[in-house]
Design a protein around this ligand. Structure first.
Ligand code: CU
Length: 269
């Protein structure tokens, strides 16, 4: 009887310790340095973007899983801001992490949207980092609270991811282009001065992209280009060469709706 009580007590106490350890961004690193050399100490956790970044290990379609990592120089215990961190998933996908300010702290994040196509079951991951000669790796503890699993919503067939409403066919030869891409950001949306979500530009001519954060702090990046404005208000220029559709997305983690912040750049001939 006593033993049983003691067991329950230890389990509860253990759970509290775990919760306590998880409630803050900082975690003790588990890395050890084998060779006495300098290295990157990478550590972090995973949170659910729904409901504002709560620690979670079970995700279902519609959730967004956010990886958060620190990468400290073993000599100075300071963040190595120019480090490149990558999340490797057991699905074979690799996600590049982005360094930024979140609340009072600076660290790396990347979001992984879970969709109906994401295979259910356990999702393993590890994180690698590199900054010049410094290298490091983070592997989560191989215990249940640290392992990620993808589950069906209440055992039902996972819901379809939200599809963008079908766009009307646009005759690209007649479309009006504007090489000034003026994007305003609010929580959590990008739009042009007329509320537009699609920006048409001509290929081969310089484009000026400007970002104005009317609410919140956002960044703006364009897929497959070098454009990545990380200041809440800033601009950048580039000359698109290849006609096509390019996703515009927020490159500064800004909160619950971060990964919904998208728009589209259409480059026409
Ligand atoms: Cu954002």
């Amino acid at each position: 009887m006593k033993n049983k009580r003691f067991l329950i007590f230890s389990l509860l106490f253990g759970a509290l310790l775990v919760l306590g350890a998880c409630s803050e961004d900082k975690k003790e690193t588990t890395e050890t340095d084998m060779n006495g050399k300098e290295f990157l100490m990478i550590s972090g956790d995973t949170v659910s973007e729904q409901g504002g970044c709560v620690l979670a290990s079970r995700y279902s379609a519609g959730d967004k899983l956010v990886f958060r990592m620190n990468a400290l120089d073993s000599r100075t215990n300071e963040q190595v801001k120019d480090a490149n961190l990558k999340v490797h998933l057991s699905t074979g996908e690799e996600l590049d992490m982005v360094y930024g300010t979140h609340g009072d702290e600076d660290f790396w994040v990347v979001a992984y949207p879970v969709t109906a196509e994401t295979p259910t079951g356990s999702l393993e991951y590890y994180v690698t980092g590199e900054a010049g000669d410094l290298k490091g790796e983070f592997r989560p503890f191989n215990v249940a609270p640290s392992l990620l699993s993808i589950v069906d919503v209440d055992g039902e067939a996972a819901t379809e991811p939200e599809e963008e409403p079908d766009e009307e066919e646009v005759d690209l030869s007649k479309v009006e282009t504007n090489q000034n891409v003026d994007v305003h950001a609010v929580n959590f949306e990008f739009a042009g001065p007329k509320g537009e979500k699609v920006f048409y530009v001509k290929a081969g001519e310089e484009v000026k992209v400007s970002l104005t954060s009317d609410e919140g702090m956002h960044g703006l990046a364009i897929e497959d280009t070098d454009i990545n404005i990380k200041d809440a208000n800033g601009e950048a220029k580039f000359t698109p060469e290849k006609p096509g559709e390019y996703k515009i997305y927020c490159s500064v983690f800004c909160g619950a709706g971060h990964s919904d912040m998208t728009a589209k750049l259409v480059v026409v001939e």
